[in-house]
Design a protein around this ligand. Structure first.
Ligand code: FDP
Length: 354
């Protein structure tokens, strides 16, 4: 259709207007739109903005890490979980702390890199939130320039935690009020939920802004991908081995494992399927941390219409008994999570009989 006065193609003009509208939805504007009538709207929007800022700073450092002296490699220390710490882990951990200093928003930050939560005294009388985070998830991918991520979860600050033991955090994942991750891949993406669906933003480096890319993402009910470290095959119990034999023998399944939870989960969120990090004979609780990894991802997947389970219980119902607790994780499309659970159930039935 042509504009009678200007001779301009109206179709093109309409498409350009729509493109402009889409380009203008920044992260903070999106949060404000979602929480329109809530008294917390400004605070949550500012909080998400600071998380976005942390993501931009970490993404910037990662982009040049191979060129910067001393950016990559190990620090020579081990963290509270006994794992070797990388320099980028420490950098990313400190970035989250520094973006929340003097914000008046977050009173306390708890991360898998710190034995105890970090208090920001100047924020505490007014800061109503605690941020839990995994600053650099999948950091074994760093030295080969593969994708890594940051995972975050927000909880209401409950009580003043005078002895610093963070007992108030030992509650179920249903206490989370927001969660998400930042994926440092070919582009940097921030995916979040504040309990009203799951939304993805892509960092436009020329604008320095996270721009809305996909709204209300819904995970397929079933997908072809199964994602787990099959190198642990002989460390698992029979139920996991039976599940793997099942997918090997049936058509329509394909394996994908990138070694970083954020990237592997991101693929499954969009394409469906299941990510697993089961317990092993020696470590029945598996590798992933409940408060910093499994619970935030579970919050997202439920918001997207999927499920997250330990194999026998919903992840969001698990009450942590310590800050750095680990859990087995089975997460993804509803049908695929249920299939894995059916093998675990069957194994239990057999063991109860014998
Ligand atoms: P990483 O140790 O490299 O930080 O929990 C951390 C994590 O990576 C996850 O991101 C990843 O899914 C998993 O561990 C990989 O573990 P494996 O090397 O045992 O497969």
């Amino acid at each position: 259709m042509v504009d009678a006065q200007t001779g301009e193609d109206l179709h093109i003009r309409l498409e350009e207007t729509q493109a402009l509208d889409r380009d203008c939805t920044t992260l903070s504007r999106h949060v404000l739109q979602q929480l329109q009538f809530s008294p917390d709207a400004q605070d949550i929007s500012a909080l998400m903005n600071r998380i976005g800022l942390a993501g931009k700073l970490i993404a910037r450092r990662l982009t040049r890490a191979g060129l910067v002296e001393n950016a990559l490699g190990f620090t020579g220390t081990v963290n509270v979980q006994g794992e070797s710490v990388k320099k980028m882990d420490i950098y990313a951990n400190d970035v989250f702390i520094s973006v929340f200093k003097q914000s008046g928003l977050v009173c306390r930050l708890a991360s898998e890199e710190m034995e105890k939560p970090y208090y920001i005294p100047e924020n505490c009388p007014i800061g109503r939130y605690t941020l839990l985070y995994d600053p650099l998830d999948g950091s074994s991918n760093l030295d080969t320039n593969l994708n890594v991520g940051s995972i975050f979860s927000v909880r209401q600050q409950e009580g003043d935690d005078e002895d610093g033991s963070a007992q108030d955090l030992l509650q179920s994942g249903r206490k989370q009020i927001a969660a998400g991750y930042i994926l440092y891949g070919p582009s940097t993406m921030l995916v979040y939920s504040i309990g009203q669906g799951v939304h993805a933003f892509t960092l436009d480096p020329s604008l320095g802004e996270f721009i809305l890319a996909n709204e209300n993402i819904k995970i397929p009910e079933h997908g072809p991908v199964y994602s787990l470290n099959e190198g642990n095959f002989w460390q698992w119990d029979d139920s996991m081995r039976d599940y793997i034999r099942y997918v090997h023998r049936h058509e329509g399944y394909t394996a994908r494992y990138g070694g970083a939870l954020v990237g592997d989960f991101h693929r499954i969120l969009y394409q469906g399927g299941v990510f697993l990090y089961p317990g092993t004979v020696k470590k029945p609780e598996g590798k992933l941390r409940l408060l910093y990894e499994s619970a935030p991802m579970a919050y997202l997947v439920e918001q997207a219409g999927g499920r997250a389970s330990t194999g026998t219980e919903e992840i969001l119902d698990v009450v942590a008994d310590k800050l750095h607790q680990r859990t087995p994780l089975v997460i993804g499309s509803k049908e695929d999570v249920a299939l894995v659970e059916s093998f675990i159930k069957e194994q239990k039935r057999i063991s109860n009989q014998s």
